[in-house]
Design a protein around this ligand. Structure first.
Ligand code: FAD
Length: 317
């Protein structure tokens, strides 16, 4: 790509905004077009760094590690919404720790006395927690400071984004119709945001592929409680029964969570496919499209690694 070429990034979720920042800071003239600014799925994330419901393993490791390095640096500035936080991932069965956790700072197996009732194994480590509303605001202002433009608009096809030298498709679940990509499916997730009764550590249960998750992530004055993972469902209306179950599951592990006030329900549909898609395609009309979508339950975790790979496909250094 030549300097000054116009790149259109479709999407203003964590994938689109991170890619837009990376390209704009490399000197490209970048224009984001998105129906929602920021994307609601990204706003709904917890968010903890760590792979979940995402493939392929080798690329996920590479993209995740690159993002981890950057999140660690961002955590030095509290205005980014990123904080390094210590906590526990535990299981009700005897599980070995996932590979991705063992290299994190402070990693160690828990003593039995550290585990909540009913849990038999667990690990403590320190990891980036990302307060998504603050973080997406930070990405937006970093993008605008690099000269980027944002336009609120729904596209009915990728060619609606013209004129552009290159289109970068970060439409999340929207790629199902825009590409079109029938392999993309929603996995609905719900979080309940409550006032923080004094928690400073996260907790997450290893629930495998269960639709009922148990996690809580403190973000200063608030705590995000999770969650659900309903495969094939993309509806975004809050489910009161699911919210009550989330509160009950979390309060059973952390009784202080009975002393909270519900502030908000956040619902999103994880854009899931067999493999994350980061690749270049020349369309029938000759338009060059770089795809960056399908990040499942790990779009925040992979965001910087995938954005940099998209940049290298465009040959913007
Ligand atoms: C409950 C929940 C918890 C999660 N927790 C974590 C976590 O802890 N860690 C983690 O790494 N990940 C987590 N995730 C996953 C993560 O949120 C997603 O992988 C990520 O947000 C996907 O980002 P995205 O930018 O691709 O999509 P989105 O945020 O959905 O953004 C898509 C963008 O494309 C735009 N768009 C789509 N179609 C069109 C169109 N036709 N025209 C114009 N614009 C269009 C949208 O308006 C939007 O701006 C979680 C997800 C959920 C739902």
């Amino acid at each position: 790509m030549a300097a000054g070429d116009r790149v259109v990034v479709v999407g203003a979720g964590v994938a689109g905004l991170t890619t837009a920042v990376v390209l704009a800071e490399a000197g490209a003239s970048v224009h984001v077009i998105a129906e929602q600014v920021p994307g609601v799925t990204s706003l709904a994330a917890g968010a903890m760094w760590g792979p979940y419901l995402v493939e392929p393993k080798d690329k996920v490791e590479q993209w995740g590690q690159r993002s981890l390095d950057i999140f660690r640096r961002l955590a030095e500035d509290p205005d980014t919404g990123v904080r390094l936080t210590s906590g526990i991932e535990a299981s009700r069965t005897a599980e070995t720790a996932p590979d991705w956790a063992t290299t994190l700072p402070g990693f160690r197996p828990c003593e039995p006395a550290e585990l909540p009732d009913g849990f038999t194994s667990g690990y403590r480590f320190t990891v980036p927690l990302i307060d998504m509303p603050s973080y997406l605001d930070y990405l937006l202002s970093r993008f605008r400071n690099a000269g980027g433009l944002v336009e609120h608009r729904r596209l009915t096809s990728l060619s609606d984004a013209a004129p552009a030298s290159v289109i970068v498709n970060c439409a999340g679940l929207g790629a199902r119709d825009l590409v079109p990509d029938p392999d993309l499916r929603p996995i609905r997730g719900q979080h309940v945001v409550v006032t923080n009764p004094g928690l400073t550590e996260f907790f997450s249960e290893d629930t495998g592929l269960s639709p009922d998750l148990l996690c809580f992530y403190p973000h200063g004055d608030t705590v995000v409680l999770g969650g659900t993972a309903i495969d094939g469902e993309g509806g975004l209306a809050p489910d009161g029964t699911a919210a009550a179950s989330i509160l009950a599951r979390c309060a059973e592990v952390e009784p202080r969570l009975t002393q909270t006030r519900v502030l908000e329900h956040r619902i999103g549909a994880r854009p899931t496919r067999a493999k994350v898609r980061v690749e270049e395609e020349t369309r029938e009309d000759g338009t060059v499209v770089v795809h960056n979508y399908g990040h499942g339950g790990a779009g925040v975790t992979l965001s910087w690694g995938c954005a940099e790979e998209a940049r290298s496909l465009l040959s913007v250094k």
